[in-house]
Write a new protein. Structure first.
Length: 445
C-alpha cells in the first residue's frame, strides 16, 4: 500500500519541521507549505490524502485556504490547528468543511487518531468522485449496486441463474433488498416479458392469505362481493415472488406445497381445479433449516423451495459498498425533493462507514433521505444524520511507539533552536519545566 501523503501547512518554520519529524515517524509521507497560498497551489498540482493546517497564518488564513481547497476538491479531509481554543473558531472551521480541528499544544495521540480516521475517508475519495457521474453497477443488473467481494460472489450466482426456470430461495436479513434481487432474477430470465407478481406473506392472516394466493368465488366469505383471481393466476406464465415465506402457518404451507407440486390451485369457495404455470421465487429472513428442525416449517416445502439458494450479505459485511449506495440515494432523494444537495462531508461519510447498520440497506436509504431533507446547503454533515449515528466514529488507538516519536520530536526541535530550551518548549507547546522533566527522563537534562 502506498504511503499516505499529508500536507503540513504552517508559517511557523520550527513548528512545521517538528510536525514533519513526528509524522514521518508515524510512517506518513510529509509535504510542507509555509502559507495558505502555497498550500492552494500544492493541492491543485499534487494529490494529497490529508491536509494538516494552522488557522492563523500571514496572508490568507487557514479557514480561507480551507474554503478554497474544498471548492477545488470537496472530498479532501482538512484538519485545522489553532492555538486559540475558541468555540467560535472551531465552529467556523467545521462549518467551512473542516474534517476536524485540534488545539495547540497538540495532543500527539489525538493527532494520530484523527489522521488515521481522515485517511480512511481519503482512500475512498477517487471512487466517490466518480460516483457523481455514474453508479458503479454490475453489467446486466443495473439496479443492483455493489462492488464488494460479497456482492461480486452473489452477482456470479445471479448470472448463473439468469436463464434458469428453477425455484430460488433468497435469504438474508431484513432490509437487504430481497425483492430487488427477485426482480433482477425475473428480468434476466426466460419469463422477463411475463408478469412479476409479489406477495408479502407476513401481511395477511391465513384466511386472507389463501384468498390472496388462490383467489375466491363471489360469496365465498363475508365481503366477497365478486369473484377474484389470486396471485397464482395473475402470475400465470410469469413469476410469483413469495416474500417472508417463513411467516406462513403449517396449514398454509401444506396448501402451498400442493400448488407447487401439482401446478394447480382452487379458488376459495370453488371445487374447480385451475392449472397454472409460474416460476416461484421465495424470500425469508429466517433460518429455515432451523425452523425445519424445530418443526415450524415443513421439510418437504423447504426442499421444494430451496432448489437454488441465494444469500444476500448484510450491509456490515459489504462496507465498501456504503459510499456507492449512499451517493445513489443522495442523488435520488435530492432530485425527488428538489434539493441542491451534492455530497457528504468527510465526517458524515465516516459516520456512515462506521455505523453497524442493523437495518441494512433500508436503514441506510432512510438515513440518507432524512439527511437530504434536513440539509440546508449542498453538503450533508454528520449533524443531518439520525441521532447518535456520528457516535459510531471510532476513537482509534495511539501509536505503539509514541514515546520514541515524542523523544525524536523533542531532540529535533532542540536542534532547530540550537539548544534553546525556552524556544523549543514554545514550539512543542509545553512548558520549559515539562521539557526539562522529559529530558531528565531521557537522561539528557
Amino acid at each position: 500500500m502506498a504511503t499516505a501523503k499529508i500536507l503540513v501547512v504552517d508559517d511557523d518554520d520550527a513548528h512545521r519541521k517538528m510536525l514533519k519529524t513526528l509524522l514521518s515517524g508515524f510512517g506518513y509521507g510529509i509535504e510542507e507549505a509555509q502559507s495558505g497560498e502555497e498550500a492552494l497551489e500544492r493541492v491543485k498540482k499534487d494529490a494529497m490524502d490529508t491536509i494538516l493546517m494552522d488557522v492563523r497564518m500571514a496572508g490568507i488564513s487557514g479557514i480561507e485556504a480551507l474554503e478554497q481547497m474544498l471548492r477545488w476538491n470537496p472530498t479532501l479531509p482538512i484538519i485545522i490547528m489553532t492555538a486559540y481554543s475558541s468555540v467560535d473558531s472551531a465552529r467556523r472551521a467545521l462549518k467551512a468543511g473542516a474534517y476536524d480541528y485540534l488545539t495547540k499544544p497538540l495532543d500527539f495521540d489525538e493527532l494520530n487518531i484523527l489522521l488515521s480516521r481522515s485517511l480512511e475517508h481519503s482512500r475512498l475519495k477517487d471512487e466517490n468522485r466518480r460516483l457523481k457521474e455514474q453508479v458503479a453497477a454490475q453489467p446486466g443488473f443495473p439496479d443492483i449496486i455493489g462492488k464488494s467481494p460479497a456482492m461480486k460472489k452473489m452477482m456470479e450466482m445471479l448470472r448463473a441463474m439468469a436463464n434458469s426456470e428453477a425455484t430460488v430461495l433468497i435469504t438474508g436479513p431484513s432490509g437487504t433488498g430481497k425483492e430487488l434481487i427477485a426482480k433482477a432474477i425475473h428480468a434476466t430470465g426466460p419469463r422477463k416479458n411475463r408478469p412479476f407478481i409479489p406477495l408479502n406473506c407476513a401481511a395477511f392472516t391465513d384466511a386472507l392469505l389463501e384468498s390472496e394466493l388462490f383467489g375466491h368465488e363471489k360469496g365465498a366469505f363475508t365481503g366477497a362481493d365478486r369473484r377474484r383471481e389470486g396471485r397464482f393466476m395473475q402470475a400465470d406464465g410469469g413469476t410469483l415472488f413469495l416474500d417472508e415465506i417463513g411467516e406462513t402457518s403449517p396449514a398454509m404451507q401444506a396448501k402451498l406445497l400442493r400448488a407447487l407440486q401439482e401446478g394447480e390451485v382452487q379458488r376459495v369457495g370453488s371445487d374447480k381445479v385451475l392449472r397454472v404455470d409460474v416460476r416461484i421465487l421465495a424470500a425469508t429472513n429466517r433460518d429455515l433449516l432451523r425452523c425445519v428442525r424445530e418443526k415450524t416449517f415443513r421439510e418437504d416445502l423447504f426442499y421444494r423451495l430451496n432448489v437454488l439458494n441465494l444469500q444476500i450479505p448484510p450491509l456490515n459485511e459489504r462496507n465498501g459498498d456504503i459510499p456507492l449506495l449512499a451517493h445513489h440515494f443522495l442523488r435520488h432523494y435530492a432530485e425527488k425533493n428538489r434539493k441542491h444537495v451534492l455530497r457528504f462531508s468527510p465526517r458524515a461519510m465516516d459516520a456512515l462507514l462506521h455505523h453497524k447498520w442493523p437495518g441494512n440497506v433500508r436503514e441506510l436509504e432512510n438515513a440518507v433521505e432524512r439527511a437530504v431533507i434536513l440539509c440546508p446547503a449542498d453538503t450533508i454533515t454528520e449533524d443531518h444524520l439520525p441521532m447518535g449515528m456520528a457516535d459510531s466514529l471510532p476513537s482509534g488507538e495511539p501509536g505503539k511507539t509514541l514515546a520514541d516519536l515524542e523523544r525524536q520530536a523533542i531532540f529535533s526541535t532542540l536542534d532547530q533552536t540550537a539548544g534553546n530550551k525556552s524556544e523549543a518548549a514554545r514550539i512543542l507547546g509545553i512548558t520549559r519545566a515539562t521539557l526539562h522533566n522529559k529530558l531528565k527522563l531521557y537522561g539528557e537534562a
